[in-house]
Design a protein around this ligand. Sequence first.
Ligand SMILES: [Zn+2]
Length: 227
Amino acid sequence: MASRRLLLVHAHPDDETITTGATMAFYAAHDVDVTLLTCTLGEEGEILVPELARLRANCTDQLGGYRIGELAAAMRELGVTDHRFLGGAGHFRDSGMLGSPANNHPRALWRADLERAVFAEAVAAAAEVIADVRPQVVVTYDPRGGYGHPDHVLAHRVTTAAVSAVAERWAVDKLYWTVLPESEIAAGNAELRTAVRLDPSLAARVAGILAPTGRPATPAGTSGSSG
Ligand SMILES: [Zn+2]
């Protein structure tokens, strides 16, 4: 075990690379033990590759397993050898965007928001990882889960509670949130508004992302997607 250890808690496969990939690669290359804990398999993710379209949740529902392989490949690229799933692979399921039918799946991580026992189960699983890894630094999302996806919100709440729950066994020095500068968010939103002006058919998909505060709306007539 290296003297410096970093644990990152993310909601879905790909979140780690998109938001903290450079950080993970940097520390993995500088003698820091980097552990990734992913809360779900991202089963509800939007599929942009036509050849993989049949993997989607409402067809063969194979996306989660496929993303395990994608995540392993991503970790090889980043030089991270320790990657785990909360409660084991497939224990908690991608909840989809708020208001989508996936919220009600019996294994949806969002159930931890509704049932105290499920929340406690998730916290205990995260606490076990912290006790095992003994990281000085833990990284997860802010209280709004970055852009408001239910699983990102839960990742924040579960990680925060787990750091407290495990404190007598291992005291984490620092709990960091990944955040974007407001200026970058404003610039991105401006680009999206321009895109909608040029192609009004994008309006429904973009509406949730542009929701100003709180959790994004799920536009009627569109399916939720995971980020
Ligand atoms: Zn995500």
